[in-house]
Design a protein around this ligand. Structure first.
Ligand code: ZN
Ligand code: ZN
Length: 341
C-alpha cells in the first residue's frame, strides 16, 4: 500500500523552493505509470528557476525535478510495453504526437509540450506519474546516479546528431558544466584528437582538468583564439557552445567551413555578431534543443559504459538537503548533484 502523502520539493513562485508534504500522485489516465523515484539529478534549469531574480520560468506550486530513474509501481489499463517492477528513465518533455512538428519528426518542438518538473509535478519526490510513451527501460546494473543522467545525455546525443564528427577532427567545447563534459567525453570516444575546453569558473576548470579530456583553459586569463590557432593551424573543425551566450566566440574559433553547435538557453545573450564572418568563412551554425528519439541510445551508452558519467557526480543528497545542492551548483562548486528522495 502506498502512503497518502510524500515529501516533495515544491516551487512556490518567486525563486522559493520548499520541501513539504504533498499528496502521492495517482494515475488518472489508462496510459500512465506511477514511478517510485530512485534518484533525480539537479539540472541547471532548477538553478535558474530558483535564482534571484529568476532566470527561467516555471509554474508555481509545481514539484520540480526532471532528470530521474525509478521503478514502475502501478500502471494504467492500456500500458502494454512496461510491467510493474520495471526500472525506467523518463523523457520529461511529453509530446502530443499529433501536431505539425510531431508529424515532422520534431517532437522536441511539439506545440503542446508538457514539461515535467517545470509546468507539471516532477520527480523531486518519492513518486511521480508520467505517460508510458516517455518511459524507457534501463538495466538495474546501471548505478542510479548515472541512470539519472540519461535525460541530459539524450540532449547531448541530439546535439551530436547536428554535426558530422570524424576521427582526427579538432573541437572546442565552451563551458565545462555537465553538458560540456558529457560532450567532451563522447568526442574523445569518437576519436577527436585536439580538444580544447574553455571554462571561466575556476572550480569547474580544475574539475575538468582532472578528467584529462583535453586542454582546459580559462579564456579570461589566456587567449583562446591563439591557443586554438596554435593547436590546429586553421581553427577548430567543430565548436560547441553550451553556455548559451558564446556564439560570437564560437564563430571566431571555428575554421572556415566548420560547424558551430549551440546548446543551452540564455535569454539575456543578445550579442551582435558580424554576419559576414559566417558568410565568408562558410560556417554552419546549428541550434539543438532537448532530445529527439535519442533516449534509446542514451540508455545504450549508459548500459554499455561507453562513457563513465559517475566521474561527473560530485554529490548525492537527500531531498531535505536540496538547497545545499542548488547552492553548490550556483557557486560552480559542483558538477552533477543527485537527490535520492
Ligand atoms: Zn535538465
Ligand atoms: Zn506535438
Amino acid at each position: 500500500m502506498l502512503m497518502k502523502t510524500m515529501k516533495a520539493a515544491v516551487f512556490e513562485g518567486e525563486w522559493r523552493l520548499t520541501v513539504k508534504e504533498m499528496p502521492v500522485p495517482a494515475i488518472t489516465r489508462d496510459d500512465e505509470i506511477l514511478i517510485e523515484v530512485e534518484a533525480c539529478s539537479i539540472c541547471g534549469t532548477e538553478v535558474h528557476i530558483t535564482a534571484v531574480p529568476p532566470a527561467y520560468p516555471a509554474t508555481p506550486n509545481t514539484i520540480l525535478g526532471h532528470e530521474f530513474v525509478g521503478y514502475v509501481r502501478e500502471k494504467g489499463a492500456v500500458v502494454d510495453q512496461l510491467q510493474v517492477g520495471d526500472r525506467v528513465v523518463v523523457n520529461p518533455n511529453n509530446y502530443c504526437g499529433k501536431c505539425y512538428y510531431c508529424r515532422k519528426n520534431l517532437p522536441n518542438q511539439c506545440e503542446h509540450m508538457e514539461a515535467l518538473g517545470i509546468d507539471y509535478n516532477g520527480a523531486f519526490a518519492k513518486y511521480c506519474v508520467v505517460r508510458d510513451k516517455v518511459a524507457y527501460p534501463i538495466r538495474e546494473d546501471v548505478d542510479a546516479a548515472v541512470a539519472a543522467c540519461a535525460e541530459p545525455l539524450s540532449c547531448v546525443l541530439n546535439g551530436l546528431e547536428k554535426v558530422h564528427v570524424r576521427p582526427g577532427d579538432s573541437a572546442v567545447v565552451i563551458g565545462a558544466g555537465p553538458i560540456g563534459l558529457m560532450i567532451a567525453m563522447l568526442l574523445n570516444r569518437m576519436g577527436v584528437h585536439k580538444l580544447l575546453i574553455l571554462e571561466t569558473a575556476e572550480p569547474r576548470a580544475k574539475f575538468a582538468k582532472r578528467l584529462s579530456l583535453g586542454t582546459v583553459m580559462n579564456p579570461l586569463k589566456e587567449n583562446a583564439l591563439e591557443a586554438v590557432q596554435a593547436a590546429t593551424g586553421i581553427g577548430a573543425d567543430i565548436v560547441f557552445d553550451v553556455t548559451g551566450s558564446q556564439m560570437a566566440t564560437s564563430v571566431e574559433l571555428v575554421r572556415k567551413g566548420g560547424t558551430v553547435v549551440l546548446f543551452g538557453v540564455n535569454k539575456k545573450a543578445l550579442k551582435e555578431i558580424a554576419q559576414c564572418e559566417i558568410t565568408t568563412k562558410e560556417i554552419e551554425v546549428k541550434g539543438t534543443w532537448l532530445a529527439n528519439a535519442t533516449f534509446p541510445r542514451a540508455v545504450q551508452v549508459l548500459e554499455n559504459r561507453e562513457i563513465d558519467l559517475s566521474l561527473l557526480v560530485t554529490g548525492i543528497y537527500s531531498l531535505e538537503e536540496i538547497h545545499k545542492g542548488l547552492e553548490l551548483l550556483r557557486e560552480g562548486e559542483a558538477v552533477k548533484v543527485i537527490i535520492r528522495p
